[in-house]
Design a protein around this ligand. Sequence first.
Ligand SMILES: Cc1cc2nc3c(=O)[nH]c(=O)nc-3n(C[C@H](O)[C@H](O)[C@H](O)COP(=O)(O)OP(=O)(O)OC[C@H]3O[C@@H](n4cnc5c(N)ncnc54)[C@H](O)[C@@H]3O)c2cc1C
Length: 402
Amino acid sequence: MSDYGLLVIGSGPAGVGAAQAYVQAGGRGPVAIVTADIDAPYMRPPLSKEVLAGSSPAERTPIDGDLPDEVEVRLGASVTSVDLDARTVTAGGDTLSFDRLVLGTGAKNVPLPGVDADAETFSLRSLDDARRLVTAAEHARTAVVVGSGFIGCEAAASLARRGVEVTLVTSEAGPQVTRLGEFAGARITEWLVTLGVQVRTGVHVTGIAAPRTVHLDDGTTLAPDLVLVAVGVAPAAGDLLASTGLQLHQGRVVADEYLGAAPGVWVAGDAARALNAAAGRPIPVEHWGDAEAMGALAGSNAAAADGNQVAWDGVPGFWSEIGEHVLQYWAWGDGHEREEVVARTGGFTIWYADADDVVVGVLTYRADDDYERGIGLIAAAATLTEALAGRRVDEEDDEAQG
Ligand SMILES: Cc1cc2nc3c(=O)[nH]c(=O)nc-3n(C[C@H](O)[C@H](O)[C@H](O)COP(=O)(O)OP(=O)(O)OC[C@H]3O[C@@H](n4cnc5c(N)ncnc54)[C@H](O)[C@@H]3O)c2cc1C
């Protein structure tokens, strides 16, 4: 007899969503979440926004929907080995056995090369990181943020909003240009500059010397009171899972459209490289809502009989807040060939298409209508011409049904 009917590794949205859905679906207990996190499950999105800006305290915001009482949460318990044959994991010195396993191990920040071991740099992934960063920000007059992904941009805006003089340093031609294109990059730059952020593009950090001297490849140096490194993430458990026999792709666990990675093992969220049934190809995602939804699916599939598995077919998406500006995005996220910008009253929409002119993404700013119809168009593989002509898939479906 196993210790646990379901064991979940990770207390992010994927892990919590899985435990909630498994219990709701009547899965056999006991159920436990084992997590390296020292805090009970919490929301990450506010950490780079209102928490860093100082408008909310650096405290835990619980994840939506309570965890059922019967779910045991083992905090500060890093899993150090997983044995799928013996159906056990080792965490914090204990060996726990399971019938079914959900992997929700998420991602960790990648380090910046060339940083002295004793340099004082910060990164932001956990609530504990946020507590340390906020304490440093309270005493900082100047800051350098390295990296112009969403976390770098949000953090630069938030630090500026709390009155810190911020320089954002990026090797990209503009913030987010690689993912979202030049138009979006120019708008984000404007928003950051309006908040007082100095944006230095096309420069590489060659090293950071202790305590906080940032060397750039244009020969200049910066010596701020605070350095935040936000240069991207990598799967957190690639090394841990390498010896399990699970198939990995760049550290992510390869899964079928039911999020199954091996008999009795499911994976969800940032840790997964799962086949998306609507896209017809594997889609890696790093978004909060998708991790939650994939987790819920993994949990209900873990509770269901083999023939009753439900496929993952959601179009990934997220919102990002850069100061007071909210960007909304739906996309498969694995690239585009062209983009078409449409001006909207006080805002804009960018449609992204592949080489066949099929819509693969949409970014909107104060253009809710395009955001709402965008998800349907992406799921239906509509063409760019149809998107620009105002096609709505949801209405057509309603008409067909009515
Ligand atoms: C500051 C910040 C702001 C963000 N804002 C947004 C946003 O506005 N919108 C959006 O869509 N996305 C946002 N994201 C991204 C989003 O938070 C992630 O995509 C999401 O958290 C992924 O969920 P997950 O459950 O897969 O992994 P995670 O949330 O990373 O959770 C992984 C869990 O696994 C645990 N773990 C890992 N390895 C082990 C191990 N060996 N043993 C035990 N436990 C382990 C970790 O401790 C953690 O509890 C933000 C991320 C950050 C850091």
